[in-house]
Design a protein around this ligand. Structure first.
Ligand SMILES: Nc1ncnc2c1ncn2[C@@H]1O[C@H](COP(=O)(O)OP(=O)(O)OP(=O)(O)O)[C@@H](O)[C@H]1O
Ligand SMILES: CC(=O)N[C@H]1[C@@H]2OC[C@@H](O2)[C@@H](O)[C@@H]1O[C@H](C)C(=O)O
Length: 373
């Protein structure tokens, strides 16, 4: 057995996904996985950190350490529940929490917090973290990073596949059946982030479960056209984005320029269609002869969103990654376990055709488990 733990907390801020995988014999076997909630305090702090333009350095340092502790508790809890000993785990791959992603800045950077010194010490397991910045030093976007894992796990010689992750932000991986053709992938724009933020403005829950609120809303074509006119959707690849750009302020600016009232539910449905349209347009424009699209991430549970994708991609099979043997909620966590395994094996983690980096690269920083006392 070659056991790795993957830890993912993504742009939706919906909790900490932890997976335990076995990477023996080129096979990937999911052994256990669970989502653990952030404490209320930490969720509030992270939200504030991500949505406010200014922050105090002391506050940033505190949240980084606090998150390291919550990641460690989540990992230790899963080990405890599964009765798997820490010393049987080779390493943890921890994505961290993205608090700022700036691939187009003068000095490009992507900042993930959740202190890995804390994780290595509190779990006793070697931890790999900070996966994005090495790719950015090489001129890459530092994102998306899951395509190499999608290629390893989901490539088929028989059909042209696309993997669509619909988390807070959406991203696709294009997997041609012809191995001589390059795998490509990029961020498509907002996944659930605007759906969640708009829903939270009108309800006391975090998201529109199953798309129930949006379901009988009516798409406003003028609003949809204005949303889809945003430059990001036309921007050539490689590209990546985040909540710094697609957020409630972005939406409010657009709504302020629409000269008629639109019912809140219709706005929700129009945002949902924007998410579906930006993903299906990306597939139609960049993937040749797609046979099947497999969706992962929380958006796969939104039936109205899945139906909108199916409608826009008529003739293409649209399913979830469950039909490929890995449940949609665990793909990203498993990807970071895999990326940690690549780093420790001295193997590359990025795909230059995806991120735009000038070459393949080792990714991440290694925080070793401590000497036995
Ligand atoms: N049953 C459901 N019905 C509708 N939407 C759901 C459901 N379950 C989850 N979601 C959506 O999925 C989101 C979480 O998705 P996920 O965990 O994939 O995001 P993430 O990993 O935080 O984001 P990213 O991939 O951008 O880093 C929730 O915020 C919600 O919008
Ligand atoms: C900077 C950052 O955290 N980006 C995330 C985000 O969430 C989805 C999309 O935007 C993707 O680019 C990336 O996550 C996945 C795990 C990736 O790197 O492939």
């Amino acid at each position: 057995m070659s056991l790795y733990i993957g830890v993912m907390s993504g742009t939706s801020l919906d909790g900490i996904d932890v997976s335990i995988t076995d990477f023996n014999d080129q096979q990937i076997r999911l052994i256990a996985a669970e989502t653990y909630p952030f404490s209320n305090q930490l969720r509030r702090d992270l939200h504030q950190l991500i949505s406010s333009a200014r922050t105090h350095l002391q506050q940033l340092g505190q949240i980084d350490i606090a998150l390291g502790h919550e990641y460690s508790q989540a990992i230790n809890q899963l080990l405890n529940e599964t009765q798997i000993a820490a010393n049987s785990i080779t390493a943890i791959g921890c994505h961290g929490q993205t608090i700022f992603h700036a691939p187009e800045a003068q000095y490009p950077f992507s900042m993930q917090i959740g202190n890995a010194n804390v994780i290595a010490e509190k779990t006793g397991i070697t931890t790999v973290a900070d996966f994005r910045q090495r790719d950015m030093v090489l001129g890459g976007q530092g994102a998306p990073l899951v395509p190499a894992f999608h290629q390893a796990l989901f490539h088929s010689d028989d059909e042209n596949r696309v993997i669509a992750n619909i988390g807070g932000i959406g991203n696709i991986t294009i997997l041609p059946k012809d191995k001589n053709k390059a795998v490509s992938g990029f961020d498509t724009g907002p996944g659930n982030v605007l759906l969640d933020e708009w829903y939270q403005q009108h309800h006391l829950a975090l998201y529109d479960a199953n798309g129930d609120w949006a379901r009988d809303g009516i798409i406003d074509e003028q609003l949809l056209e204005t949303l889809m006119a945003d430059g990001f959707f036309q921007q050539p690849i490689p590209k990546s984005t985040g909540r710094e750009y697609f957020n409630l302020k972005w939406l409010s600016n657009i709504l302020a320029n629409i000269d008629k009232p639109i019912p809140a539910k219709d706005i929700q449905k129009t945002l949902l269609e924007m998410t579906a349209r930006s993903i299906s347009d990306a597939i139609i424009n960049y993937a040749d002869n797609t046979d099947a699209v497999f969706v992962c991430g929380g958006g796969s549970h939104n039936q109205v969103l899945m139906d909108a994708l199916r409608k826009n991609l008529s003739g293409v099979r649209v399913d979830t990654t469950s039909s490929l043997g890995l449940a949609p909620d665990w793909v990203e966590a498993c990807a970071f376990a895999w990326l940690a395994m690549r780093t420790l094996s001295h193997a590359s983690g990025n795909l230059p055709a995806v991120t735009g980096a000038e070459k393949l690269s080792l990714l991440g920083a290694i925080y070793p488990s401590n000497i036995a006392s």
